[in-house]
Design a protein around this ligand. Structure first.
Ligand code: NAG
Ligand code: NAG
Ligand code: NAG
Ligand code: NAG
Ligand code: NAG
Ligand code: NAG
Ligand code: NAG
Ligand code: NAG
Ligand code: NAG
Length: 434
């Protein structure tokens, strides 16, 4: 879905859910959580949502000092993995957001089951608002619990997520029933229009759709994330970026059934450093050019990464019949890539189901010091657009061994419509000059 439609749907949804939340779960406020008021006994919450309790509702956030909004202090909230605590978590965010002091939502030890969560502003609490996840948040297995197609939607600037805990998307059933070409499955952690935010030291497992989807933001840091999904889970990109300026993804381990990291259109000043990837489809710029309003991608650095058992390694992919845009100043350096079919690849015929060529101009791309093993003979593939040939491609110190099954173990570079120079140790040798 394109971002604009997403925004409209999300806005409508946020409004509805905000209204709904405002009238439910009224006792779940700051005082309860700070232990100043007894919380009602956890009663008979069997399986249902945290009941709309009619108890004494103090005005949330009226107290001075910093607020910790501990979801376990909400009436009927149980971290047993089967009680639905959606309303408790939602109310905790709403109270944190609308408090006037520094605010933190706390997900303590336990397994906390929820449907869709909307962590939206505008907030009155000072930034950053913290979300500390120590236990496990579990998504309901049923996709119907996520009407906007997302599980945790963060839609507020200045949010800090951390704590060593886990987001478990419980995607296994959803992957099995997904029809090819059907509706996309809900993404786990969606961060939209969140400037100056970060996610650190969190495990994200078994997402139904993308694990992390970061869009329309600037100044983001992802650090020490641990993302894993089954190798055959469809469209479970580890981290997808779109319309992002100034983001760093570092010290992170990603193994999924799709791209470890995908960097979409209008992304600028992106650093990917010390990421371990595999299984999965590799680290990709793109795909670019699917939608008519896409914008340029530039200043991307991918360095010190290790990719193991990924179909692709370092990849740039663009679609046919794209708008005219540019992808420039992109560097992949100091990478180890083991057992990839396409270790280094520019593919301007990605999903080439339309006849017209790609009009994404790729210029200023460096592949440098990349070593490893290849399951195919074709280690370097520069398959560019005949409408806008690639320019300024530099390939230096690429050293691979063949680990496939064929008796012919000769490695090759293959180029089309690419102005490329090759230098340093080249195994395979580069393409002859175009
Ligand atoms: C994020 O930054 C952009 C660009 O500086 C700005 O237009 C936008 O309003 C900011 N978003 C929020 C939610 O503060
Ligand atoms: C990029 O983002 C980081 C982390 O949020 C921030 O510290 C830095 O100042 C930003 N850089 C620029 C040029 O805005
Ligand atoms: C990362 O996730 C995997 C799979 O869930 C788990 O086995 C491993 O312990 C995690 N690593 C850390 C540092 O939490
Ligand atoms: C690289 O990332 C891994 C995984 O998070 C971490 O264990 C290691 O310390 C990082 N290396 C450096 C030099 O920071
Ligand atoms: C190219 O991108 C790098 C970051 O990867 C940045 O440091 C450099 O300034 C960019 N070069 C230009 C000419 O913008
Ligand atoms: C990569 O695949 C090989 C062969 O299937 C397997 O033995 C190895 O454990 C895998 N390594 C990783 C890190 O997934
Ligand atoms: C190599 O052969 C084995 C056994 O026939 C097969 O399972 C595997 O998929 C083959 N690998 C490649 C890269 O073709
Ligand atoms: C081995 O593969 C290379 C690259 O595809 C090809 O040029 C060569 O002719 C092949 N050798 C044999 C003996 O088939
Ligand atoms: C480039 O990709 C097209 C479409 O997949 C394919 O037909 C063509 O053979 C490729 N060219 C090279 C040089 O790999």
């Amino acid at each position: 879905m394109k971002t604009f439609e997403m925004k409209v749907i999300l806005s409508i949804f946020l409004l509805v859910s905000y209204v709904a939340n405002g009238i439910e779960d009224g006792t779940c406020n700051l005082y309860d959580r700070r232990g100043l008021v007894e919380t009602p006994a956890a009663g008979d919450a069997a399986g249902g949502a945290a009941a709309p309790a009619g108890g004494a509702a103090g005005p949330a956030g009226a107290a001075g000092g910093d607020g910790v909004f501990d979801i376990s202090k909400c009436p009927n909230a149980k971290g047993d993995g089967s009680t639905d605590v959606t309303q408790s978590v939602q109310k905790s965010w709403d109270d944190a957001c609308h408090s006037t002091a520094n605010a933190k939502i706390l997900i303590p030890q336990g397994e906390w089951l929820t449907g869709e969560l909307n962590f939206a502003g505008p907030c009155t609490a000072p930034q950053p608002i913290s979300i500390e996840i120590i236990g496990t948040l579990k998504a309901k297995p049923d996709c119907g619990a996520f009407p906007s197609g997302m599980w945790i939607n963060i839609f507020q600037t200045g949010v800090k997520i951390f704590g060593g805990g886990t987001l478990d998307g419980q995607g296994c059933e959803a992957w099995k029933t997904k029809s090819p070409g059907g509706k996309a499955l809900p993404d786990s952690l969606c961060i939209t229009q969140c400037n100056a935010s970060s996610a650190e030291n969190i495990n994200i497992v078994n997402s139904k759709g993308f694990n992390v989807k970061l869009v329309e933001s600037h100044d983001f840091i992802a650090d020490h994330l641990n993302i894993s999904c089954a190798f055959d889970s469809p469209n479970t990109d580890g981290i997808h970026l779109g319309e992002i300026t100034n983001a760093t993804i570092q010290n992170t381990v990603i193994g999924t059934g799709d791209d470890c990291i995908s960097i979409g259109d209008n992304s600028v000043d992106i650093l990917v450093n010390n990421v371990t990837c595999g299984p999965g489809h590799g680290i990709s710029i793109g795909s670019l050019g699917r939608y008519p309003d896409e914008k340029d991608v530039k200043n991307i650095m991918v360095q010190n990464c290790k990719l193991m058992n990924t179909t692709n390694g370092a990849r740039i992919k663009t679609m046919h019949e794209s708008p005219a845009l540019t992808a420039s100043n992109i560097t992949f350096q100091d990478l180890t890539i083991e057992n990839a079919f396409n270790p280094i690849i520019i593919d301007q015929h990605y999903f080439a189901d339309k006849p017209g060529p790609s009009k994404v101009k790729i210029t200023g791309v460096t592949f440098k010091n990349i070593k490893g093993t290849s399951l195919s003979q074709e280690v370097v593939t520069l398959n560019c657009s005949d409408a806008v040939p690639c320019e300024g491609i530099t390939v230096t110190d690429v050293d691979f061994k063949y680990t496939g099954n064929c008796t012919n173990t000769t490695l090759v570079s293959v180029c089309a419509n690419a102005k490329a120079t090759f230098g340093g140790v080249m195994n395979p040798p580069g393409c002859p000059p175009a």
